[in-house]
Ligand binder design. Structure first.
Ligand SMILES: *Cc1c(COP(=O)(O)O)cnc(C)c1O
Length: 390
């Protein structure tokens, strides 16, 4: 059966699995070898060539998940982002990037690209026309992220891919927030899909990895640079990631469901000023999100009323931990201005609408009732503090 025609849970569970021919075990055997005898003079397996048995198996699974011809797995999300970008950019080239980007990608571009002679522009919005107006003669890549971090803006994937095609430019997307369960950008014409597999693919906050998916032709170019840059993933982590992805669709669908319920609860709450979640009818791009997403994801953000102390609120949560990263089965919150976007100037943050009281919420798989009890008791502590001070 063709991998692309299999259902999502079947791909997650079975595509790319290695057969245990010796013991008939249920899971893929783990091959830790860094040295393999030649089959033939030209067959070289080596971890940094991304072609050990476990690496090849997992790449097949990720390619099938993203409806791509090929995939490659990296040692981190940023290894995937940097290798994909640099594979299509050289001195004298220009890249157009979405204004709202993951902090690490923003840092990569603003701190490193100058010294390679690569020019870049950030858009002033996220409509296809905002990307088109930044294109120069030497533009080689357009790079988007949707839903974005931390305000969950939605970029029109098909619209931007069409702009890129019209100008003969390679289009790339960071698909981390959606995961392949909720969004398959290649179906909308995107050339290169990137994931921090540290997030929903891993899903248990215990793996650091990245992935890229594309046509075989684009992948040949990415692979060439990848083996020179050397950002491959250890086979043990590859094996763990394969195991994690088996339950990815189950986890992410549970997180979609919980996030929607939490967004609806927060939206009508008297102590909350705003909720950003693409699954809410009140989200400015809800209709667009419905067209390009199969589920709205487990990420949302919200603003407390300005008179409520957001730091005290975060500290008062017990079940929901304040922590870096996202997408684990456990719910977490963070303050973007104090963490992921701390290096950004207050002016740039202001322009992007990231307020000090904003809280980013990565919704896990706990019972929604327990999450609500936790939020209510934290709000009570914050409000008691105000009355005590009056
Ligand atoms: C975490 C993240 C990355 C970077 O991934 P690492 O695995 O931390 O290197 C890139 N993009 C997005 C959207 C992320 O959330």
């Amino acid at each position: 059966m063709d991998n692309k025609r299999k259902g999502l849970n079947t791909i997650c569970t079975h595509v790319g699995e290695l057969e245990d021919t010796v013991h008939k075990g249920a899971v893929s055997p783990l091959y830790m070898s860094t040295s393999y005898a030649f089959d033939d003079v030209d067959v070289k397996r080596y971890p940094r060539y991304f072609n050990t048995p476990n690496q090849e198996g997992l790449c097949k699974k990720i390619a099938a998940l993203e409806h791509a011809e090929a995939a490659l797995i990296f040692g981190s999300g940023m290894a995937a982002v940097s290798t994909a970008l640099m594979a299509f950019l050289r001195a004298g080239d220009h890249v157009v990037l979405q204004q709202t980007l993951y902090g690490g990608t923003y840092n990569l571009v603003t701190e490193e690209f100058d010294k390679y002679g690569i020019a870049y522009s950030f858009t002033h919005g996220w409509e296809p026309k905002d990307f088109e107006e930044k294109i120069h003669k030497n533009t080689k890549v357009i790079y988007i992220e949707t839903p974005s971090n931390p305000l969950l803006t939605i970029t029109d994937i098909e619209g931007v891919a069409a702009v890129a095609k019209r100008h003969g430019i390679v289009s790339m997307i960071d698909n981390t927030f959606a995961s392949p369960v909720n969004q398959n950008p290649i179906d909308f014409g995107i050339d290169v899909v990137i994931h921090s597999a540290t997030k929903y693919m891993g899903g248990h906050s215990d793996i650091c990895a990245g992935a890229v998916a594309s046509t075989q032709e684009h992948m040949n170019r990415i692979f060439h640079l990848a083996k020179n840059f050397g950002g491959s993933l250890s086979d043990y982590t590859v094996w763990l990631l394969e195991r994690s992805i088996k339950t990815m669709a189950l986890r992410v669908r549970a997180q979609n469901e919980n996030a929607l319920l939490m967004a609806k609860y927060l939206e009508t709450h008297n102590d909350i000023d705003a909720v950003y979640y693409p699954g809410l009818a009140s989200h400015r791009d809800h209709e667009l999100a419905k067209r390009q997403m199969k589920g709205f994801g487990g990420m949302l953000s919200f603003e407390l009323k300005p008179y409520l102390d957001a730091s005290l609120f975060q500290k008062s949560l017990e079940l929901i931990k304040s922590s870096m990263s996202l997408a684990g089965v456990e719910s977490t919150v963070l303050s973007p201005t104090k963490t992921s976007h701390a290096l950004m100037s207050p002016e740039v943050r202001e322009e992007q609408g990231i307020k000090d009281g904003l809280i980013r919420f990565s919704v896990g798989i706990e019972e929604v009732e327990d999450l609500i009890v936790d939020i209510e008791s934290a709000l009570k502590i914050v409000k008691n503090r105000i009355s005590a001070n009056i």
